[in-house]
Design a protein around this ligand. Structure first.
Ligand SMILES: NC(=O)c1ccc[n+]([C@@H]2O[C@H](COP(=O)([O-])OP(=O)(O)OC[C@H]3O[C@@H](n4cnc5c(N)ncnc54)[C@H](OP(=O)(O)O)[C@@H]3O)[C@@H](O)[C@H]2O)c1
Length: 319
């Protein structure tokens, strides 16, 4: 940790005093430079381009740049620094960070800064990748890797439209998943969900540990399969290209299997999406569970705990 110049709010930006920042796998990717392809995709060839890591945070507005209309000093906000290519972003593991006005939303008083900080990127990923098609009460949804950052949001979003959710993760996370509303929980160390004999209308696969051919056994004929892709913190090989070859394979296959193309792509509206996450937090449909808060000086320990998989809930650093 070291002293750096305090950032300032450029035109259209808001300077926020950080009260909590989230520790999530994309920060791990940037600080370790793995998989290596990300270095060429903007994170920095020899070291991270942005000296201050961290993307998601919650805090208080300190000042605003020219043209900012939605926020004023003192407002409580949450948001992410991610704009454009996500691997180039950073800045949140600090006392102050400057963000685009569009990347922020007011923090609902119903949640703490620590809870709100865990939401933006994981929430936006879940929101934008859960297909609109087929959403209805009683829809049978399988979330694989449900106890992690993205999966826990996906479980709660699916419950918000009345889906019947089966959540798969490690045994130590199953109580958390029941608390979040999962109807059925499965311990991946004991059972193979692709051999359960059940049928699902949607498989939301955060982890990608089974091939699509295995999921076909449990996917309804008119169902949808979505892969987010998790690189398991470099423990599963794939240190060069990560999940990219698998994603391309599924994209190619989606031209002949409708279950892999869950609907027309609509570019997400960031302001609208952040407002949606804010509303879900405010009415209690989305409840982030914080496992542990570390001081900013302990950020390396916080990232190590994330990579160990031992935390049950989200991890934050607090300046
Ligand atoms: N969270 C974010 O803000 C964010 C932002 C951008 C992109 N992403 C991307 O989205 C992906 C997922 O992120 P995440 O935050 O959800 O990761 P995460 O918090 O590490 O969650 C992954 C979950 O999957 C579980 N898991 C591991 N192996 C499994 C298996 N064989 N079967 C079922 N579950 C298994 C893990 O449990 P164990 O503890 O047992 O390993 C963990 O609970 C990452 O690749 C990340 O790069 C995440």
């Amino acid at each position: 940790m070291r002293e750096v110049d305090k950032p300032s709010a450029a035109d259209g930006e808001v300077l926020v005093r950080v009260r909590a920042a989230s520790v999530h796998p994309d920060v791990w990717h940037v600080v370790t430079g793995l998989p290596r392809v990300l270095r060429l995709m903007g994170s920095g060839v020899r070291r991270p381009k942005d000296a201050v890591p961290g993307t998601d945070m919650a805090g208080q507005v300190e000042s605003v740049g020219a043209g900012v209309t939605q926020f004023r000093p003192g407002d409580e906000v949450f948001g992410e620094t991610i704009l454009g290519m996500q691997w180039r972003n950073g800045g949140a593991y600090a006392e102050y960070v400057a963000l685009a006005e569009d990347s922020l939303a007011p923090k609902p008083p119903e949640v703490t800064f620590e809870q709100a900080a865990t939401v933006p990127t994981a929430g936006l990923i879940a929101l934008h990748n859960l297909p609109e098609r087929g959403r209805r009460a009683g829809q049978r949804v399988l979330v694989n890797g449900a106890g992690g950052g993205v999966g826990a949001v996906a479980v709660q979003l699916a419950k918000s439209w009345g889906a019947v959710v089966t959540a798969v993760d490690h045994a130590r996370k199953l109580d958390l998943l029941r608390t979040l509303g999962a109807d059925v929980v499965v311990d991946y160390t004991a059972d193979d969900v692709t051999r359960s004999g059940e049928r699902y209308d949607l498989v939301f696969d955060v982890v990608g540990n089974h091939p699509f051919s295995a999921y076909r056994r449990v996917l309804a004929n008119d169902g949808s399969y979505v892969l987010i892709g998790h690189d398991h913190f470099g423990t599963q090989g794939r240190r060069g290209l990560g999940s990219i070859p698998r994603m391309f394979g599924l994209m190619a296959r989606s031209t002949v299997d409708r279950r892999l193309s869950p609907g027309p792509f609509k570019p997400p509206d960031r302001v609208e999406s952040m407002a949606r996450l804010r509303a879900l937090l405010a009415d209690g449909a989305l409840t982030p569970v914080v496992a542990r808060a570390f001081a900013l000086e302990q950020t390396a320990d916080a990232i190590a705990l994330l990579a160990s998989g031992q935390a049950v809930g989200r991890i934050v650093v607090v300046p």
